[in-house]
Design a binder for this molecule. Sequence first.
Ligand SMILES: *Cc1c(COP(=O)(O)O)cnc(C)c1O
Length: 407
Amino acid sequence: MPISRADAEALDADDPLATFRERFVVTDPDLIYLDGNSLGRLPASTPARIAEVVAGEWGERLIRSWNEGWLDAPARVGDLIGTLVGAAPGQVVVADSTTVNLYKLAGAALAAAAPRRHVIVTDRGNFPTDRYVFGGLGEVRLVETVADVASALGPDTALVSLSHVDYRTGEIADMAAVNEAAHAAGARVLWDLSHSAGAIPVDLDATGTDLAVGCTYKYLNGGPGAPAYLYVRSELQGSLVPPIRGWFGQRDQFAMGPEFDPVDGVGRFLSGTPHVVGLACVEEGARVIADAGMAALRAKSTRQTGMLIELADAWLSDLGFTVASPRDTARRGSHVALRHADGRRISRALGELAGVIVDFRRPDVIRFGVTPAYTRHVEVWDALDRLRELVATGAHETLPPPTDRVT
Ligand SMILES: *Cc1c(COP(=O)(O)O)cnc(C)c1O
């Protein structure tokens, strides 16, 4: 017998993070939102903060606001995110998009490598933007799985870059082991934390990570298109020069000097004028996660993803579903992937007919993201119950073929 609904309710009654749900905007209590791994919910404090940034800081203080907090925001919010990913202050800044940050850090690592080191090693399943960016920078060596990375390293390798949590399956890569193998081969390592920061504990400093990037609109709840962050280990900051040489990375920015002379710290990787409104959104979102604490979030997340797998095994295996995420808790991030041949129609029908928002990744993966700061146990239970009902009755087969671009 799998867990009962009453058991799920009891877990919510005992949940030390239960009150954190109130720190998010929930307009429809019947809608089960399991897509925080793509776009996190709106923090309750964000609208007022944005109103203040726009009406107060911009509308009233005008350009004086640059000296009253705006200029410091990329480093201030970066340090806050640093507390979530095991980075001591002075190593993280918020800027640009994840895609642009990948370009800046991988480009800098390639430029600093010895001439014979020109290859970037990554895996075939890595997120597309990562693979595309690397392809535009140099020679890419694609390995089939993360486990094959170590054997693909050689004297020609400049950089290894992987996603810490696989965006399809939710599998966690062994950060410390990959760092060690890469360093032994004389290469640098760049991690994409887009599905890890705010979702699972990350220890960039302790694992000897060189470089990292990540987005803020998934588990950090920074909002659509909010600026991303980047990490450069302190010892490397002086020796890496960004391929985008912007005036916000300049030592004496307002001297308007003739040549690029980067600041000593991670700030050299800021390019142009920061996105002030987006930064305020990121600060609100990251603060909620910092207040909840990664240990408590992780404990709840693994309980919820474990429950989801238990229910899928009990209810869905006879309906054509298979679990594509690791069953080993230690290797599983904060979303669970289920495969089904009719996955695209099912995921859409879940949203349109059953009030459960999930997402779909081709060819057959439906992702169920749990965001422990606001997802309740009973929502996970109800989501799987509604899914079972939907597919058992064939209700999803009544929908016309999907045409949405975002799935
Ligand atoms: C979401 C995500 C991105 C997004 O990059 P953008 O530049 O924000 O579009 C990049 N990498 C990974 C692994 C992601 O999950």
